[in-house]
Write a protein that binds this ligand. Sequence first.
Ligand SMILES: [Zn+2]
Length: 451
Amino acid sequence: MNIILISADTLKAKTLETEKNNIPNIEFLRKNGFEFKNHYVSSPWTGASFASFFTGVYPKEHGFILNCPKLKNVSKLSFAKKNKPVFFQAFKHNCENYFTKILRKSHYCIGIQGNEMCYKDSFGKYFHEYLIFFQNPNLMKKIFLFSKKIKLFSFLMKIKKIKDKLLLKLFNKKKIEWASSIPANTLVNNAVKKIKANKNKDFFLWINFMDMHTPYLDLYNLSNKSEYKTINITKSELLDLRYNLKNKLSETEKKFVIEKYNSSIRAIDKQIGKIINCLKKNSLFDKTTIIFTSDHGEEFWEHGTQRDDIYFYNRGIDHGHTVYNELIKVPLFLFNSSFGSKKINKLSSSVNFYNTVFELAGIKKDSELPVSLMDIALNKKEMDYVIAECLLLGKETKTIIDKKNFKLIKGTENSRLELYDLNTDPDEKKDISKENPKKVQELMDKLYFHI
Ligand SMILES: [Zn+2]
């Protein structure tokens, strides 16, 4: 059995609802496969989230993190306690526990990567071939080497206030275009070549598209629409928006930015169509399982406008800075022509991928790691709760969601506590923590157990 993991970096669950009439290929996978309707990533940013796919554990345990302090007043011994998180711990991460290390023995592993955060020495380590497509190759490696070489820099990075300013300066430099994405068609043209070349082997192919990420590739020339004719936001300004709160937008400008983001999924959809055709033409369609998902979502002011009250990273746009659902609830479809279609309302998480890949590949599952998505889909096992943690920016905040759809958000450095009933309040607008002390305690106990 071949496995193709297609991830649309930065795609939130809601976008597919808005765009469902424009994305026939993704809709095909959704309607004819297993649709996981309550799927959450383990962290709201790329590195920490994808590392959970590959290891089957939450960020605090796999260590591909930048910032993950423990909750206050927790006495249990924890990984975080034993391994004090430091800046760019992510780069010390050794990837020894990635499923690709085992999978590569039975499957030819090919990576087609659009995100520079997933660099070759980490995520690509156990792939047979790992092609990276972005405009500033080795940027992450350069930053890492710089931070390692210059002791003063590393020292300053440990002082929170200075670290924030340095990060702002580093990523705000216009010449370092953090997310200089390459469009989906380039990635897929290469993926198709690799599929054809390896059609007689069992293979695992991972394609990660960056079209949904800032600066939101505008392939549909939305700026030509009469409504947006007067708007002139450059690519640099869009990147700048992520870090610069002084850059305020009008309501029409905001709408324009959101539309740019939403429409990017259409470009990805077209390319997914090419992959499906390629599988059919090469008699691989019935031998391949396609997993479609994302590593995190994107905020567009769902929880406030550009917030400049505390820190620069408490902005209302981008990702990595909160654990609200616009950032952690993403689509997940698992398609195989022999599986049939099913809607799954049970909880699932990034940590369920590890055993899923093993199950699909015919490798013995790891009983110590979370259950596979197949087990969840076929009602054999389930997740009692899922967790998201280890922010990229801002004060560490963790969340836990239980199978009754209650969601607790807990800050680590202050008394921040929020509780939402996602059944009646899916947009997380009404904090009900004060009225439900028992539920808060129950979820706090579970979260502390995890810590
Ligand atoms: Zn990402």
